[in-house]
Design a binder for this molecule. Structure first.
Ligand SMILES: *Cc1c(COP(=O)(O)O)cnc(C)c1O
Length: 347
């Protein structure tokens, strides 16, 4: 499979911006830098950041046991996903396939880039209907999106479904693993070597606890990374973000304290929710949130707001009628939620 064939014509021929830091990169030598029109007075942030983010990528590569050249970093997952659209999807011609109910950003990015979004609903178990997906593919289909664990449903997509699509589709398959660290399922990043069309995205916004610094990570074969590298804004990750990320990644492991607390708080919350009469269903969750079905989502949402608690009403999503998505909070926050629910059921 030739990735170059999927690339938009203008991207193939364009000349990337060449920054001062691209032209001279020997950072270790002691040099006088008069090349980037920076302010020369040191204040910690007067210099442009490393456009290739070498240190951060090296640490990610160690943590995830991959080659640093298979990593692209972005200003949140949003940016790396947008770059994939811009590199591979020809506006007003190409299409993508998404599997609702899922993360809303894929459809927004499709709209933004003038790309048709072909939707194939998940089934009642929130798993993909693979034969329907394969039927929707035509020669203009560039990307199929999986989100695993899926937002807002919380479950992982089965390995078999993803494999079947990966092996029967000649475009890109993106697996959004924003919640993978909460799950016992294996990440797909180790399969990148096997599938030239596979892209896996992760983020520092959830398990790593750093939504505020904005860093998304894309893993793919070097052929894909090189294309995206050519079109990304040269200095897309600030020095502040790179430094904070670096510190956290060097300390991160899968038995991280935060992660452990969130998972243990989740089991407690699920047990408590089972006792609430108007909670009709608690969907299995591999993430740091749970989707529940209640008697009347609009009413319960409003009542929670009146009690100072904000959850996400997902009722307007397909297959999610009367569903509320609850992020796992601290022990105290979860306790407040349960107490409020119990008060409401008695009141
Ligand atoms: C939260 C979330 C993200 C994270 O997006 P960032 O831009 O990295 O903060 C990505 N995908 C899904 C499905 C999410 O729920």
């Amino acid at each position: 499979m030739d990735i170059q064939k999927l690339v938009r014509e203008n991207i193939k021929t364009m000349k990337p911006y060449s920054s001062a830091r691209d032209e001279f990169k020997d950072f270790d030598k002691k040099m006088i830098f008069l090349d980037a029109n920076e302010n020369p007075f040191e204040n910690g942030v007067n210099r442009y950041p490393d456009p290739k983010q070498q240190k951060v990528k090296t640490e990610f590569a160690k943590l995830r046991n991959v080659n640093p050249d298979t990593i692209l970093l972005g200003n949140g997952s949003d940016e790396v996903l947008d770059l994939v659209f811009r590199a591979f999807c020809e506006p007003n011609k190409d299409n993508i396939i998404t599997l609702p109910p899922t993360y809303g950003m894929y459809a927004v990015l499709a709209d933004l880039n003038a790309i048709e979004n072909r939707e194939v609903l998940l089934n009642q178990d929130f798993q993909p209907n693979v034969s329907e997906i394969l039927k929707k593919i035509d020669e203009k289909t560039k990307i199929i999106f999986f989100c695993s664990p899926n937002n807002p449903t919380g479950n992982c997509i089965t390995k078999e479904s993803i494999l079947e699509v990966l092996t029967n589709f000649n475009g890109l398959v993106i697996i959004d693993e924003a919640y993978i660290d909460f799950s016992n399922d294996e990440t797909w990043i180790n399969s990148i070597g096997k599938f030239p069309n596979l892209i896996v995205t992760q983020t520092l916004s959830k398990a790593y606890g750093m939504a505020g610094i904005r860093m998304g990570i894309l893993y793919a074969n070097e052929a894909i990374i090189q294309i995206l590298d050519r079109i990304k804004p040269p200095y897309n990750i600030s020095d502040l973000t790179q430094n904070v990320a670096l510190k956290k990644i060097m300390k991160f492991n899968s038995i991280d304290d935060d992660l452990f607390s969130i998972l243990s708080n989740k089991s407690t919350l699920i047990k408590e929710l089972l006792e609430v009469k108007f909670v009709e269903r608690i969907y299995p969750s591999d993430a740091n949130f749970i989707l529940i079905k209640v008697d009347d989502a609009d009413l319960r949402y409003k009542q929670l707001i009146e009690n100072g608690i904000v959850v996400r009403n997902r009722s307007n999503q397909p297959l999610c009628e009367n569903c509320i998505r609850i992020t796992i909070g601290t022990e105290r926050e979860n306790y407040e939620l349960i107490e409020t629910f119990k008060g409401l059921q008695n009141g």
